[in-house]
Structures are given as structure tokens and as C-alpha cells.
Write a new protein. Sequence first.
Length: 224
Amino acid sequence: MFRSYDEVDERILDATLNRILQVGVRRSSLDDIARRCGINRVTIYRRFSSKDALIEAALSREIGRILAEATTIASTTEGTDAQIEETVLFVLRLTRTHPLVTRLLAVAPEEALGFYTVRGQEMVSQGIEYIAGVLTAGQELGVLARYDPRPIAELVARMAHSLMLTPTAGVDFDDEDTARSFIRTVIVPLMKYGIRSGCDAEADTSAECARSTTTKADKESEPW
């Protein structure tokens, strides 16, 4: 899902990210980035083709790092419900505390909204692909019900993006107990069972549901 980078790419992207956090996107020139990473401008162009491509790559790499951390949390937490809760809590927390949110607002507030709306498509798309992949893996393990994972993946990814843009509204996600309660009562059932109709909900009390529950209990320690 994510592009791999060699050592030179990583130096360029590190310098790009650091410069964005210092002065914002508009004032981050390729000349500045080239000086900071000790790599000439021509080489940067050969690898990333334009400033926009470079910014997109730096953002995509950072999203990849966040999702890799989320995977680590899921794989080291026991129980499907707890895996979902801890992973979603981690992602939602970062949407408010990551330096790309807090620093960009501090150094270039006039750019921040445009940055996360115009470039938000890439962020949400990567989130959808990642979440859909995780849900599919959980279904194959038998710890999640069988349903189309993409609508759920889109809902959760868009929720995280919305929370970044509008951090305060109904639920106080700055309060960990409140955030956990919301995730347990809304997100965990959503990811475990999908969006169910009334008939689907009734089916959960059937023998099929009991059989599914047994299977899930047997595999509860598997990463979802």
C-alpha cells in the first residue's frame, strides 16, 4: 500500500517534513530542502518530479508510519474488542496531537485548512485502504462478522479526518474516558458486525451467531 524509499529518499523526506513544520508548506522551497538534506535540487526533481509530489510523498510516508504504529498496537493487544479500542483511540488521538496538525496550525494557520482539505483525499484514501485490509483480515480469521468492509472503513477514516478538522463538537475526545466509551459503544460493534438491518440484528441471537461467537472466542487473542 505504501511506497518504499531508499536512504536518499528518506533524507529528502525528512528534510521536507522538518521544513514544513518550521515554516509551513508554501514557504518550504526546494532550495531550502536541498540545502538541509545536502542533496542537490536536480536529484530531488528526478526522484519526486515536483514540489507538490514531494509534499504528497512526505505526507503519505507519515501516514504510513502512523498506520504501522497502529498495526503494532493491534498485534500486541489481547482480545478483538481491546484491539479495536486501543488502535482507534491511538489514531483519533493523533488526529489532534500529531505535529503536522499542531505545528502547522502554529506556524502557518492560513495554510492549515487548505492543506488538510485539498490534500485530505490522499489521507482519507490511505485510511480507507488500511482499515478495509484490517477488517478483511479479521473476517478471514473469524473474529469479525462477514460484511462488506469498505463502507465501514470509509466511515471510520472520514470520522478521523473530520475530528482533525473539527476537534470539539459533541463528544469530548480530549477526555480519554469519554473517548473510550464512544469507541466501545459505537466503533467496536460497527467494526465487529458491520451495519446491520433489523433482520440482521435478530439473526445475531440465532445458532449461527452462537457458532460465530464460539469461533471468535477461540481466536480472541489473534490480531484483528
